[in-house]
Design a protein around this ligand. Structure first.
Ligand SMILES: *Cc1c(COP(=O)(O)O)cnc(C)c1O
Length: 458
């Protein structure tokens, strides 16, 4: 197929929205390690998880063997409001870079929440409603997850309580108002409304919070309020499963034109978009059918993969959540106020952690000024104003394309463009004014945090 016959945007039809999610765990030889009970340090089964999570979602969480899981029709109907999402051939970026590389991106910012998070929010709200619950609680960092869950909850008519990391609550008042417009209650975290919030405020006076703190608060409220469960926007196996619609659509679109990517790149906060994007490709790699280079990109200020430890750790600061075996910086690690709020999490998806540990993917970290340079370059030629989180993937994609320019290789690069940056203009302003700084934690800081990792023998 000649190069120019590939359109600027490859759209699929509504009928081509996936009918099943793909569970990459089914093809993994080394399965991700089980979640552990924070009190007993024993693996958690269905009954143990019921006070916190919805039943159907627990089944998905624990299912390491079913390769394909049906997507209920009601959820596919909701997906139709904003999916299939476009797969864009970045002709303009390629030209601007003067690279022989072929660059594609899957754009997940075409919905009001502005990111891929709606793909899982609707699923989690759906199963909560189906179970007859009154509502859900959650945390949000930069605000994208909270917005997505508010939208999904409003659509299904259930209540939504959001604990928002304080720094974002203050920096992003408009995000907060979007959530309230969709009917959610929004509380800055750490708050003085929960036991754990009071404790964290006492131990770290003036703290601007972290996802880990907000998670503890949301879990506490869910377990203490009748008819509520906690839902999480990343990290968990179920979330990665829901996000496979990204990769399944991307692969279907590329297959139409006979295109096979050489390199697949995604930003990694808790790993859900990256896991979702790569799953069908990783499946082929695990089954020995094809090979791909898969690259996770994380902020240098919160380098879970590149400098973290592969160990059991708490998912939250308050140590009320199950422990997960993952690449982690330690649940006490409170990253500096990086502008990519959605990537400020100390841990990483247990699925991706295992795959990375087993050598199936790579990771690199990037500094935020370099990320914003890439974001601006991208915005000016491709038109889309990218989220700071997504721009980590743009940075790495541009770097790979520039390497191709040097070597003359015509590699095909696919990256995940997870969302838009309209609510991140304070960050863009800092960058435009030349006031953005790069903070990289020292080994000392990380070692202090590693020293507090729980001692688990399993
Ligand atoms: C939350 C978020 C991320 C990071 O989350 P993952 O679970 O790692 O995918 C990336 N990009 C955007 C726009 C986000 O909102």
């Amino acid at each position: 197929m000649s190069e120019k016959s590939i359109p600027y945007k490859i759209y699929l039809s509504e009928d081509e929205i996936p009918k099943q999610w793909y569970n990459v765990r089914a093809d993994m030889k080394n399965k991700p390690a089980p979640l552990l009970n924070p009190a007993t340090l024993q693996p958690m089964g269905f009954e143990d998880l019921r006070p916190v999570f919805c039943d159907e979602l627990i089944k998905q969480e624990l299912d390491d063997t079913t390769a394909y899981i049906d997507i209920p029709q009601e959820i596919r109907d909701f997906y139709k409001m904003y999916r299939p999402s476009p797969l864009v051939r970045a002709y303009c970026l390629e030209k601007a870079l003067g690279t022989p590389a072929k660059i594609y991106y899957k754009f997940e910012g075409n919905n009001t929440s502005g990111s891929h998070k709606l793909n899982s929010a609707i699923v989690q709200a759906y199963y909560a409603k189906k179970q007859g619950l009154k509502g859900v609680t959650t945390e949000t960092g930069a605000g994208q997850w909270g917005t997505a869950l508010s939208m999904a909850s409003a659509y299904l008519g259930i209540d939504c309580k959001v604990y928002m990391v304080k720094v974002s609550y203050e920096q992003k008042p408009f995000r907060r108002e979007v959530m309230r417009t969709y009917g959610a209650s929004v509380t800055p975290s750490p708050s003085m409304e929960t036991e754990i919030g009071k404790k964290i405020n006492a131990e770290h006076p003036g703290t601007t919070g972290s996802l880990g703190c907000a998670i503890s608060e949301a879990v506490e409220v869910a377990t203490k309020t009748e008819g509520y469960r906690y839902v999480l926007g990343s990290v968990l196996n179920q979330v990665l499963l829901h996000q496979t619609v990204i990769g399944l659509e991307a692969k279907a679109a590329l297959d139409k034109y006979g295109v096979t990517p050489d390199i697949i790149i995604g930003c990694a906060g808790g790993g859900s978009n990256l896991g979702g994007l790569i799953s069908p490709f990783m499946g082929e790699k695990l089954r020995g059918e094809k090979d791909y280079r898969i690259v996770a990109v994380e902020p240098a200020s919160c380098p879970s993969f590149t400098r973290g430890k592969f160990a059991y750790d708490f998912c939250d600061t308050g140590m009320v959540c199950p422990l997960a075996k993952m690449y982690t910086l330690g649940s006490n690690f409170i990253p500096s106020a990086n502008h990519a709020g959605g990537l400020r999490y100390h841990g990483m998806s247990p699925i991706l952690s295992q795959l990375y540990h087993d050598g199936y993917m790579e990771a690199r970290s990037v500094e935020q000024t370099a990320v914003f340079e890439a974001a601006e370059q991208f915005a000016r030629v491709e038109g889309i104003l990218p989220a700071p989180e997504s721009s980590h993937a743009i940075r790495a994609a541009i770097d790979e394309a520039l390497k191709c320019k040097e070597t003359g290789e015509e590699k095909t690069i696919l990256f995940g463009l997870t969302g838009t940056g309209y609510f991140d203009m304070v960050a863009y302003q800092k960058f435009n004014d030349g006031e953005m700084t790069d903070y990289i934690p020292t080994d000392d800081e990380l070692n202090k945090s590693f020293a507090t990792l729980p001692k688990v023998e399993i």
